[in-house]
Ligand binder design. Structure first.
Ligand code: SF4
Ligand code: SF4
Length: 165
């Protein structure tokens, strides 16, 4: 399962490219109402949290390509982009707290190496507030800004982080 997740995360931009092209076609060629897109984003939000932005959204793909042009400030750009968002992001971001799937830590298995925090743009922008592994800190995966890139989960060398029900 972890192997599959790693492949998906590594191929995320490709997956985003294909799915966002499908959504774009559905809207532009087949005149699918944006209300349906909003509904899909919200339903996915209930199950998975804020996955739409980084896995399906045509606008998200464009933003990501722009961010890749300036990798030095990528964390900051990502944070700002996912903070502002759109109605789908607002609702599914709020659902990060309540979605069926969420990022969980097995504290007994955590060596406190801090690699996960370094991979997370939410933590990098507000290290005084968020941490994936430190106790008494808010969990970035529950925050509105987390768009379920899942880099934290696949980067943990001990497999202590899991994205599960
Ligand atoms: S990467 Fe894994 S082992 Fe390291 S601090 Fe994070 S959860 Fe703990
Ligand atoms: S999925 Fe993990 S690394 Fe990505 S934004 Fe959320 S908490 Fe941070």
């Amino acid at each position: 399962m972890r192997k599959l997740l790693k492949i998906l995360v590594n191929k995320r931009v490709l997956i985003l490219s294909v799915l966002s092209a499908v959504i774009y076609l559905l809207i532009s060629r087949y005149q699918i109402s944006l209300w349906y897109v909003l509904l899909v984003g919200v339903l996915l939000g209930i199950v998975f949290g804020k996955v739409f932005c980084r896995w399906l959204c045509p606008m998200g793909l464009i933003m990501e390509l722009i961010m890749n042009m300036n990798p030095n400030s990528k964390m900051n750009q990502m944070y700002q982009y996912h903070k502002i968002g759109c109605p789908i992001a607002w609702i599914s971001g709020w659902l990060n707290k309540y979605s069926f799937f969420s990022i969980k830590i097995d504290s007994n298995n955590c060596s406190k190496c801090g690699i996960c925090d370094k991979e997370c743009y939410v933590v990098q922008m507000q290290p005084e507030k968020f941490s994936l592994y430190q106790k008494n800190m808010q969990k970035p995966g529950n925050s509105y800004t987390c768009s379920k890139c899942l880099k934290c989960v696949v980067s943990c060398p001990n497999g202590s982080l899991q994205y599960k029900i």
